[in-house]
Design a protein around this ligand. Structure first.
Ligand code: GLU
Length: 486
């Protein structure tokens, strides 16, 4: 009977201070592969590349995972049975493994000087490291060690034959071993290279599924040779398709800043909601069985399956993301909408008290991003300068002859209202249209223009008057009447 191992995936970001959507997608798929199979999602910080280390970058990782709702089961902050979860804290465990490989003939010490390697690289026919130290004799090695010469440890690649592995997305991949470089496993400073550390870490942390970008496909045979050398089981590989961006000329190229924001935090600052970004990114390279589009994270945890991942490049479409965002806004309860919109309301109205709960009614259905709110509501705060020509509207049959008459009539009727609320305003204006045998629009147009000072508005005449309140609404209508009289 075979024992089914508990699924364990890991997200292994390098703390660079920036979370590209590609990294976020990797984290999401790792999370989903684990959660869809009752497994564990592990966070490991890969900080061995000290040159790339950025202060505060680890916090960016925590914040992103938190905002995205991707809760890890083990990690530096919460611990677990497989720690430490920060690579620099694991530093001492790599060298003994590399030494084991030296003993078993799968690795060797390389004493080549920087100068020698630089000269090699200058050679026009440079085909990588020339394996100069691969077959040093025991005596030569001992002498160099005695001299205290610095060295790296390199992997001894097989020179003949082929290495084959199966990727869950890209299928069978075969490389000629002759193409594989004797890559460095341990650097002169004793730190492992990423290429070595990821294998040791994934094995010792019991990782069953390694999920990463397809740029790692070509390195995977080298990792597998390490697993084989140790006699370890090779994990399931899930390489993810590239993420492309649309260029102006219709072509596509790797997603970069010139296509738009590519960082999770930047997208949020642009007004996209974390849940919309996550939903959209889930579909960036994965397709559910029924082509459904809207998924909460919980629903994705149920629906996700590895076979749904595609190997063809995915194109990041900002318009589509905007559509998702609008859908998420529409689906919110009025209370939630108001709560999330409040910082943007405050941007327009400061501390002023407004009937905030009424804004949802005029905004929610058509809002694409919360960041658009200030622009849409500014006219409530201050009547814009406008030209009387905008009282003219063909479709509403409003012109500079009838607008002054209709606006004055509407003003008189509204002024006489005992109560100021949407129903009362509605009945008042509709009754006027009926009694005067006018199209509703012929009444509403000049009223809305005078109330808002612009042609395109969130909300119609009735809602705008209601929100402005009696005093401000009537003041604006008076100004409109004056303007039309000039
Ligand atoms: N630290 C690597 C990166 O951020 C991780 C790659 C992997 O998933 O193994 O690209």
């Amino acid at each position: 009977m075979s024992i089914i191992k508990k699924v364990r995936t890991r997200y292994a970001p390098s703390p660079t201070g920036f979370m590209h959507v590609g990294n976020l997608r990797t984290a999401l798929y790792e999370y989903l592969i684990a959660k869809s199979q009752g497994g564990a999602f592990v966070l490991r910080i890969e900080d061995t590349d000290r040159e790339r280390f950025v202060e505060g970058a680890v916090d960016v990782i925590y914040n992103t995972l938190k905002l995205a709702g991707l809760k890890h089961d083990e990690g530096p902050d919460i611990g677990g049975d497989y720690g430490p979860y920060v690579q620099s804290e694991r530093r001492d465990m790599y060298l003994p493994y590399a030494e084991k490989l030296i003993e078993s003939g799968h690795a060797y010490r390389c004493f080549c000087s920087k100068e020698r390697l630089e000269k090699l690289a200058e050679d026009s026919e440079f085909g990588g490291y020339d394996r100069h130290c691969r077959d040093l004799s025991r005596e030569e090695i001992d002498a160099k060690l005695k001299e205290g010469l610095p060295y790296v440890i390199r992997q001894k690649m097989p020179i003949e034959g082929k290495t084959t592995f199966t990727d869950a997305v890209f299928g069978e991949i075969t490389v000629d071993n002759s193409e594989l470089q004797d890559q460095i496993l341990i650097k002169t400073d004793g730190y492992p290279t990423y290429n070595f550390a990821n294998v040791i870490d994934d094995h010792t942390m019991g990782i069953t599924h390694v999920v990463r970008g397809s740029e790692y496909l070509s390195s995977t045979p080298k990792y597998n040779l390490l697993y084989d050398a140790f006699g370890w089981e090779i994990p399931t590989y899930v390489h993810l398709p590239l993420i492309m961006g649309k260029n102006e000329d219709g072509s596509v190229s790797k997603l970069s800043k010139r296509h738009g924001s590519t960082g999770f935090e930047d997208l949020i600052a642009d007004g996209y909601l974390p849940e919309a970004i996550i939903n959209y990114i889930a579909l960036l390279g994965w397709c559910p069985k029924d082509n459904r589009e809207i998924f909460t994270l919980k629903e994705l945890e149920q629906a996700f399956f590895i076979e749904g991942i595609s190997k063809s490049p995915a194109v990041f479409d900002y318009d589509k993301l905007l559509w998702f965002n609008a859908e998420y806004i529409k689906a919110m309860s009025e209370e939630e909408f108001t709560e999330r919109a409040m910082p943007y309301y405050r941007e327009v109205f400061g501390d002023r008290d407004m009937p905030f709960e009424k804004f949802a009614g005029i905004l929610q259905k058509r809002l694409e991003k919360f960041t658009d709110i200030p622009e849409k509501l500014r006219f409530f705060s201050e009547l814009p300068e406008y030209d009387k020509e905008i009282f003219v509207n063909k479709k509403s049959k409003s012109n500079l002859e009838n607008a002054p008459v209709n606006l004055k009539e509407a003003y008189d009727r509204l002024k006489a209202l005992p109560d100021w609320n949407a129903d009362a305003i509605h009945d008042c204006l509709i009754n006027m249209a009926v009694e005067k045998e006018l199209k509703n629009g012929t009444v509403m147009w000049p009223v809305r223009i005078a109330a808002a000072g612009q042609t395109v508005t969130a909300g119609g005449a009735i809602e705008i008057l209601d929100i402005l309140g009696r005093e401000e609404a009537l003041r604006r209508l008076e100004l409109g009447i004056e303007k039309l009289a000039k």
